[in-house]
Design a binder for this molecule. Structure first.
Ligand code: FMN
Length: 372
């Protein structure tokens, strides 16, 4: 851990980092080429990746003037927990590639900023260790789930995660196969060389002998995940199961009818199927289909407070942030993660004030040019 040094002065505030996007080139500079490719890349020609941010802006904001916003709060209620703001950390794999403190470092940053970490099941530490650290600093966290074909192998680490205090499970349902990530295929998974997945350490060793251009399946992931798994996880663990990776109204309905405690609209950071719709374009359909029965969350290209305000106007209860958290972790460690969340929260406060909304519940579709 001693060899790791933050960039600049070590403090993103003193270094004058005012927007999360400023961290991206700094992270690119210090991560090895194939690791950066793994973080930054998307599927195919990266059309959906490029479209993500503009799709939020395309809704256009239509603010109210002459509103008293002197008593403004970004507070939200999410699955029984009051949160100071609706900005969560999306699950992203193996944080040890970005910082030697791995997810424990990320957790500290998230906690200080009043956010919540989602531990990837391809994380660098086991849920038990995260749970202990979280308990020591009173941090909330969720466990993301990639099921194995043999479900009993997954239940082994999920039992541990639930015992360690995860408040919810996030079942990722959008990854039955690898995405055509050219950058990773070119690097031939160079970014994964020497990377361990402690949560999956009890699994039989698997290797795909196919050359990179003929690989379809991720040997770590099941390709038969269905709504039966939602029902089974909810029954087995009796905590909310959020279904992550939904892009259609009918799938959202199936998830809710199967017992989902929440739906996360996500295209996996545009890393799986290129040319799918940006999440900003399909969020409203999912919100309408779910009809308030459970919270709808969203991720993908959230880089500004106005993106968050737009998502909330469309009906999302909260947003998750993926790559910017990695940029923060790789450059400033916990302080960088904290800074990313704080900058986004500050920008959300500004956006709400400028929209004439003093409560998150004041954000509605009437404030969007596309929905009037
Ligand atoms: C490097 C990286 C690793 C990821 N690993 C996972 C993962 O292990 N499980 C998962 O459900 N999603 C994973 N995702 C997807 C994120 O949870 C999230 O959906 C996406 O990053 C959001 O888009 P954004 O990066 O534009 O904020 C990963 C994304 C990135 C960039």
């Amino acid at each position: 851990m001693s060899a790791w040094r933050a960039v600049g002065s070590g403090d993103p505030v003193s270094d004058g980092i005012v927007a999360v996007g400023e961290l991206e080139p700094l992270a690119a500079e210090r991560l090895a080429g194939e690791v950066w490719d793994y973080v930054a890349g998307g599927a195919g020609d990266e059309r959906t990746l490029r479209a993500a941010g503009d799709a939020w802006a395309a809704h256009g904001l239509s603010p109210h003037a002459m509103r008293d916003v002197s008593d403004l709060t970004t507070e939200v209620e999410l699955l029984g927990r009051r949160m100071a703001h609706p900005i969560l950390l999306a699950p992203t794999a193996t944080h040890v590639r970005y910082h030697p403190g791995a997810e424990l470092e990320t957790l500290r940053g998230a906690q200080t900023a009043g956010s919540l970490l989602t531990l990837s099941s391809l994380g660098s530490i086991v849920p038990d260790d995260l749970g202990k650290a979280a308990q020591a600093i009173d941090a909330a966290w969720w466990m993301q789930v990639y099921l194995q074909r043999d479900r009993s192998l997954s239940y082994a680490y999920l039992d541990q995660a639930v015992a360690a205090g995860t408040e919810a499970l996030v079942l990722t349902v959008d990854t039955p196969s690898l995405g055509a990530r050219d950058r990773d295929r070119r690097d031939s998974f160079g970014a994964s060389r020497g990377v361990a997945f402690p949560t999956l350490a009890h699994l039989p060793p698997v290797a795909d002998p196919a050359p990179p251009h003929r690989r379809v399946w991720n040997p770590h992931l099941a390709n038969d995940v269905s709504e039966r798994d939602v029902t089974e996880l909810a029954r087995r663990y009796e905590i909310p199961v959020l279904v992550k990776g939904v892009l259609r109204a009918d799938d959202a309905r199936r998830a809710v009818d199967a017992g989902a405690g929440g739906v996360i609209v996500s295209n996996h950071g545009a890393r799986n199927l290129d040319t799918v719709a940006p999440t900003a374009a399909v969020l409203a359909d999912v919100v309408d289909a779910v009809a308030g029965e459970v919270p709808v969350l969203v991720d993908g290209g959230i880089r500004r407070g106005t993106d968050i305000a737009t998502a909330l106007c469309l009906g999302a209860r909260a947003v998750l942030v993926g790559r910017p958290v990695i940029w923060g972790l790789a450059t400033y460690g916990a302080a960088g993660v904290q800074h990313v969340v704080e900058v986004l929260r500050t920008e959300l406060e500004m956006a709400m004030a400028l929209l004439g909304a003093s409560r998150v519940s004041d954000l509605g579709r009437d404030l969007l040019l596309t929905r009037r």
